[in-house]
Design a protein around this ligand. Structure first.
Ligand code: GLY
Length: 347
């Protein structure tokens, strides 16, 4: 077992342990005196791991209730959000109880936001079961739901009280969902850690499981460091968005269907690197992403993507920021006007 302590305004630990999910009740008991635990999950993850978690919680003295909603981004909406709040109320969850998010990014995001708003804030625990959720969304306190105007447009900063990452849960993921997370892992290597990049580059999707615990630990530790310096996303945290301006645009263009976040980030990282960095770095990044069957560009005309870039919520009026990695392992944030960004991409 490895632990990373995240020193934000509400500090917490991230536990990384194979089969850690089986001991989740014991770990959660150490951080709370709650009598009730409300588990929020989706139908796919709930069927795989719901009983393991509730058995462990009950063994450790928690009275459990479970709310399950349909798997997928389309559930991250106001209606399911309202159903979760009603469920918490119907089960008489109080501020001294605990809420558990069991699942991928959608479950973590919507449960985190419900925990931030129900009774003006109840502690919650993240048990992420996808690679993307383990190395990115479960750590750092960003919670949100989608509204008509776009993805993640309503939410709150709410740090979890504990995160439990069990890499064995990744074994049930489809290759596409694993690759979705691998794009973010490559991103961490590019922005902060050449050795991590090389570790990923020396494996393929067939062998990466052997290195998974080290990979998860290293990625979360990078995220910890960035988040500790900029918990509320005022500046430095933006380096986590390498590849994301174009990535979000690609996701938007595809209407968030049959095109994962990781696919967008992967293509976005390659497109910006091709424009601004040496051919060697671009080639290295491209080869690495191809090992995980991730896209390294797009056929969509850039003028069709640019309108989606303007909608990016990281944008301030009249300008936007993009991230560039001139060498593997270091990143800089570049702020440009929208006109400059268009010129750059259209060149
Ligand atoms: N997923 C990027 C961040 O947490 O800032």
């Amino acid at each position: 077992m490895k632990t990373i302590h995240v020193n934000t305004s509400h500090p917490y630990d991230v536990i990384i342990e194979r089969d850690g999910i089986k001991k989740s009740g014991k770990y959660i008991r150490k951080i709370t005196g709650a009598s009730k635990a409300a588990v929020i999950t989706d139908d796919i993850v709930g069927a795989l791991y719901g009983k393991i978690v509730t058995d462990s919680l009950e063994k450790n003295g928690f009275e459990c209730s479970t709310f399950t909603f349909p798997n997928g981004e389309q559930s991250k909406n106001l209606s399911v959000f309202g159903e979760i709040l009603d469920f918490l109320c119907e089960n008489s969850i109080t501020r001294s109880d605990i809420i558990i998010a069991l699942g991928g990014g959608v479950v973590g995001d919507i449960t985190g936001f419900a925990s931030a708003s129900y009774l003006r804030g109840v502690d919650f625990v993240q048990i992420p079961t996808t690679l993307l959720a383990q190395i990115d969304s479960s750590v750092g306190g960003k919670t949100a739901i989608d509204i008509k105007g776009g993805k993640n447009l309503a939410g709150a900063f709410k740090q979890p009280a504990l995160v439990i990452c069990d890499s064995n849960t990744l074994k049930t993921l489809t290759p596409e969902i694993l690759s979705d997370g691998m794009a973010e892992a490559v991103k961490y290597g590019m922005i902060r850690d050449k050795n991590l990049f090389e570790l990923i580059n020396n494996h393929t999707s067939a062998t990466i499981h052997e290195a998974m615990d080290d990979l998860i630990y290293t990625c979360i530790d990078i995220k910890r460091d960035v988040v500790e310096h900029d918990e509320f996303d005022k500046g430095e945290r933006m380096i986590l968005n390498f590849g994301h301006t174009l990535g979000h645009a690609l996701e938007g263009w595809h209407e968030y269907t049959n095109f994962t976040h990781g696919m967008g980030v992967s293509a976005g990282m390659c497109m910006i690197t091709e424009k601004l960095c040496s051919p060697e770095i671009h080639e290295k990044l491209k080869n690495c992403l191809e090992k995980y069957s991730l896209p390294t560009g797009t056929d969509i005309p850039i003028n069709e993507l640019l309108p989606f870039c303007y909608r990016d919520k990281k944008r301030t009026s009249g300008s936007l920021s993009y991230i560039v990695c001139k060498t593997i392992g270091s990143a800089e944030i570049v702020k440009v006007t929208i006109e400059e960004f268009c010129r750059l991409m259209e060149e």
